[in-house]
Design a protein around this ligand. Structure first.
Ligand SMILES: [Zn+2]
Length: 244
């Protein structure tokens, strides 16, 4: 009997620990504040944010799981219907995080920014737009240079011309980065822009320094793909900052 009582106590102890864990888990994960929830729903028009779906009802999903960020942040939240939410949460599913971030970025084309909201917002946006334009000019030029240097049939003159075009465009991209950083001061966005620039510039140097034709490992790098996630991240940071 004694064993039965102590067994019962152990079970109760076990259960109360379990309940306490559940309580502390929910205490650690606060609800998405209603104002933030509303913003996320409005962003997607109160429908599933996947354009071809647009189903209702919707749930609020974390793009990077809450267990990793421990925060509810607008840039990391997206409205999804239960079916898309389940597909996204399935680690073997076809909707990966990168795709989901792209869906989120597509909801924020920066066209609806109210520029009178805050002083300096227009300058921040202009610096970002200039940066995008300069990168959109420079990165493909560098890709073209690398492609030409990969082909045995290219002449050295052709490679050199494409290199000089890319260097010229790099100098414009560099100016845009400096302007961006002076407008955005010490922000995460400034740091990220710096790392994107150095990532592409590093690759550009590698292409330039490599023998002709380019060795396989340099030839096969997909620089646009390498920076695509950071570019999406940057876009979301900018949207977050400007839509406050
Ligand atoms: Zn859906």
């Amino acid at each position: 009997m004694g064993a039965g009582v102590s067994g019962g106590l152990r079970a109760r102890g076990g259960l109360s620990v379990w309940v306490a864990n559940i309580r502390s888990m929910s205490a650690k994960r606060p609800k998405v504040p209603s104002e933030l929830r509303r913003r996320v729903l409005i962003e997607a028009g109160h429908r599933c944010a996947i354009p071809a779906c647009k189903t209702t009802p919707v749930e609020i999903a974390h793009i990077i799981p809450w267990s990793k960020t421990r925060k509810h942040e607008f840039k990391n939240l997206i409205a999804l219907c239960p079916t898309c939410h389940t597909r996204f949460d399935d680690p073997h599913g076809s909707i990966d995080r990168k795709a989901m971030r792209q869906y989120k970025a597509n909801l924020n084309p920066l066209l609806s920014v109210g520029l009178r909201n805050r002083e300096g917002q227009a300058a921040l946006l202009a610096a970002y737009q200039e940066l995008r334009a300069r990168f959109a000019d420079w990165v493909p030029a560098e890709v073209q240079h690398a492609a030409a240097k990969s082909r045995r049939s290219s002449s050295l003159k052709e490679v050199a011309d494409l290199r000089s075009q890319s260097v010229h465009k790099f100098s414009w991209a560099m100016c845009a980065v400096l302007d961006f950083q002076s407008a955005w001061k010490d922000s995460e966005a400034s740091d990220l822009v710096g790392s994107i620039l150095y990532h592409v510039a590093g690759w550009s140097d590698e292409v330039h320094d490599a023998p002709f034709p380019l060795p396989k490992e340099t030839r096969q790098r997909d620089i646009a793909e390498e920076i695509s996630e950071a570019s999406t991240e940057l876009h979301l940071m900018v949207c977050e900052e400007l839509s406050m």
